[in-house]
Design a binder for this molecule. Structure first.
Ligand code: JB2
Length: 223
């Protein structure tokens, strides 16, 4: 994993040419973050020729479908779709193509990221999000709109902290886990890999890998 300190993350990116992988709802917000950072957008990849991104007033180029990831060779890229299983599949292919090093992290200018936080490659941090002291955000994680990641939390590879979710101090979210809209994870609580934390859930104790939990306090969904 290529972790770097957040305060090394304010380069002159105006000459970088970025490909968005995805063209739906998540791509709409990632595109706006890229524009806010004055990045040059080379285009996007999506299976649909009529994706939401194509219907924008200042539409960017549709470069091809998701099966043609080799198109991004020589360019920077960021995953711009939300499905964690699809993202994981695409990341496997991108690794095979040897392009993982070209992943770019986008931190929206209105997010607060502590200078002591560590931000991996290909991370997206949305408007109004807060990442506090010594938090670690691993590669390709999403910290979505207004989410709060408190001090010393760890957010794993390709995990998604959905809009308005809160991770209290020293909470840990393992890879490929979704923390749903408005959910809360209490201090020092760990959530395993591949879990789904339902919207609004309050997670008061550890969650093993692969479980779905809902409610307050959060309980496992059976069946
Ligand atoms: O197998 C697939 C697939 N193959 C191509 N599953 C899914 N879900 N999408 C696939 N696609 C392409 O990804 C579609 O052509 C489509 O353009 C795009 C998904 O767009 P959509 O707007 O449905 O979802 P999204 O991934 O951009 O956004 C989701 O995740 C965000 C984090 C939504 O749930 C958003 O509401 C959410 N904010």
């Amino acid at each position: 994993m290529s972790i770097q300190s957040a305060n090394t993350h304010i380069p002159d990116r105006s000459r970088e040419s970025l490909v968005l992988i995805g063209g739906g709802g998540h791509a709409l917000v990632v595109e706006e973050a890229a524009r806010a950072l004055h990045l040059h957008l080379a285009g996007f990849l999506d299976d649909s020729h009529a994706s939401r991104l194509s219907n924008q007033p200042e539409a960017i180029h549709h470069l091809g479908n998701l099966a043609h990831l080799e198109i991004i060779a020589g360019r920077r890229w960021v995953l711009a779709l939300g499905s964690l299983t699809l993202r994981a599949r695409l990341l496997d292919t991108l690794e095979t193509l040897g392009t993982l090093d070209a992943a770019l992290s986008l931190i929206h200018p209105s997010a607060f990221v502590s200078p002591s936080a560590e931000i991996g490659a290909g991370v997206y941090i949305a408007p109004g999000a807060i990442v506090q002291s010594h938090a670690i955000i691993q590669d390709h994680a999403i910290i979505n709109t207004g989410a709060i990641v408190e001090h010393e939390c760890v957010v794993g590879f390709n995990a998604h902290i959905a809009p308005g979710a809160i991770l209290a101090g020293r909470a840990r979210i393992d890879p490929n886990t979704l923390v749903g809209v408005g959910a809360r994870v209490l201090p020092q609580v760990s959530v395993g890999a591949g879990c789904v934390i339902g919207a609004g859930a309050v997670v008061t104790r550890g969650v093993p890998d692969g479980l779905t939990v809902v409610g307050m306090p959060a309980r496992t969904v059976v069946g």
